[in-house]
Design a protein around this ligand. Structure first.
Ligand code: AMP
Ligand code: MG
Length: 472
């Protein structure tokens, strides 16, 4: 049987301003590392041998119906506008309708040079590919909107980074790859017809109930507000929240130097390129608002009454911090077992976070332990926790089933940095067992599993990962 992917492409019909048609560059010796069968089933991607999957998902063989292209976009990188980014190492093969009735992009990442590659080689190495595979699938299992990983293929070629690294291609699946930066591209160039076309396309594809550009802005705001609050609730730091990495659908996209925190620190930064801490953990809500303001600026270019548009967009953007905070509060209430709302809850949660920071306590493990009643041992100075615990227990007494709420809200397993690093080192040495085990355990992050205690353990001092790298 030949691999069949039921493509149903729409982006390719937008016209040449939106992309460059581009074939992937074939690789010498593709070898399948991972294939996500449940996701393939959802996408109705069927086919047989690993060999054939390797050929297709390395970009060596085009499945019928594919319309390969590199998407054009721009974006603010660390606050500075770059008028021309685009897929420098990614190729959109096309779209499929999933069994859930939703539309998905299937994209190869690391598939060779495109007109947007600038000085890049268009490639990816195994480390970031497996990193994105594990972390994006873990994010999905945590119930947080994200792009997903369909396949990982080793290319058999060497990619030059700090040294020679094994090359790989990731097949990424997304609700779409429309970004804030896609809108910025046309707005900045004054290409208003294309901007209108893109706006209609995005509304149609993601928010059919939204009315006009300001309706779209509102819908993206709401989706992004939910996303950022969800990241905060699991201690996730994206690391590169540039506007080209900020998705219109509200999914987590572009897993670069991202990381989940071990011990809690509000101003935690991992990315080696984020020297100013622009994308620190606690800055993520403000950056999301900043990014939405850039989308607003782009969208209003197409409106006839600029003053009225500015007023409306301003109001929409200004409402975002309160929306993030409300969702944050709802999620953190659940993390301490509360389903009902009381005014003092915010203070109770903030105090716990302060205790976590002072006590250098593990974010994930403390919340997971709250429900089991043994969080105290996790703090450097447990006495400081006692007073808080007393007040928290009184508050919980007014709830129906706080333990069940906490169990559903607090993951036991997150993809910890030091294990990700270990997994990559193993994979480079040819051992995929940790890669496979992490996927298996992280697929059920809320359930304690046998023989997985090592994946709960925070890093020892010598295992702490101080910095993460873009891996481009
Ligand atoms: P990112 O930091 O991954 O969001 O990428 C920012 C921009 O750099 C995008 O336009 C990418 O396509 C491009 N880029 C990143 N890595 C490479 C590479 N190895 N070759 C070509 N372009 C790249
Ligand atoms: Mg990007």
């Amino acid at each position: 049987m030949v691999m069949h992917i039921p493509f149903d492409n729409t982006y390719a019909h937008l016209g040449p301003l939106f992309y460059s048609k581009q074939l992937p560059e074939p690789v010498t010796a593709p070898q399948l590392i991972a294939f996500n069968q449940p996701l393939a089933d959802l996408l109705q991607v069927s086919g047989n041998s690993a060999q054939e999957q390797a050929q297709v998902f390395a970009g060596n063989q085009m499945p019928s119906g594919a319309d390969p292209l590199a998407q054009a976009y721009a974006g603010h990188q660390f606050g500075t506008y770059n008028p021309q980014l685009g897929d420098g190492r990614a190729i959109l093969l096309g779209e499929v309708l999933g069994q859930d009735g939703k539309r998905y992009d299937i994209q190869l990442k690391g598939s060779g040079r495109t007109p947007y590659s600038r000085r890049g080689d268009g490639r990816a190495w195994l480390g970031p590919v497996l990193r994105e595979y594990v972390i994006s699938e873990a994010m999905h299992a945590l119930g947080i909107p994200t792009t997903r990983a369909l396949a990982a293929v080793a290319t058999g070629e060497t990619v030059w980074r700090e040294g020679g690294m094994p090359g790989a291609v990731l097949t990424r699946v997304a609700a779409s790859h429309l970004r804030v930066g896609t809108f910025q591209l046309f707005a900045a160039r004054g290409e208003i017809a294309a901007l209108r076309q893109l706006t209609d396309y995005a509304i149609n594809r993601h928010y059919p109930q939204a009315q006009g550009p300001m309706g779209l802005l509102r819908a993206v705001r709401d989706a992004q507000a939910r996303l950022i609050a969800a990241w905060m609730s699991v201690g996730f730091i994206h690391g590169v929240m540039n506007t080209d990495n900020s998705s219109i659908s509200g999914e987590t996209i572009d897993y670069g130097p991202c990381a989940f925190m071990d011990h809690y620190r509000a101003d935690q930064v991992f990315s080696s390129i984020d020297r100013m801490g622009r994308y620190a953990y606690s800055n993520q809500p403000s950056i999301a608002v900043w990014n939405l303001a850039q989308l607003a600026t782009a969208l209003i270019q197409q409106l006839d009454d600029p003053q009225q548009a500015v007023d409306e967009a301003t109001e929409i953007v200004h409402a975002m911090p309160a929306l993030i905070e409300a969702e944050w509060l709802r999620l953190f209430r659940r993390k301490i077992g509360l389903e009902t709302a009381q005014d003092a809850d915010m203070e109770l949660i903030s105090e716990l976070l302060e205790l976590l920071e002072q006590g250098q306590a593990d974010f994930t493990n403390v919340f997971a332990a709250l429900g089991d009643g043994d969080a105290r041992d996790q703090f450097l100075a447990p006495e400081a926790f006692d007073g808080w615990e007393r007040r928290w227990r009184q508050r919980c007494a007014q709830e129906q089933d706080p333990k069940a709420v906490m169990r559903a809200a607090n993951p036991v397993y997150i993809p910890r940095n030091h294990r990700i690093e270990e997994m990559i080192a193993d994979a480079v040495a040819g051992d995929l067992s940790l890669f496979e085990r992490m996927q298996q355990v992280l697929a059920n992050p809320f359930t304690v599993q046998a023989d997985a205690e090592d994946l709960r353990r925070p890093p020892q001092e010598n295992e702490v990962v101080a910095a993460t790298f873009c891996g481009t």
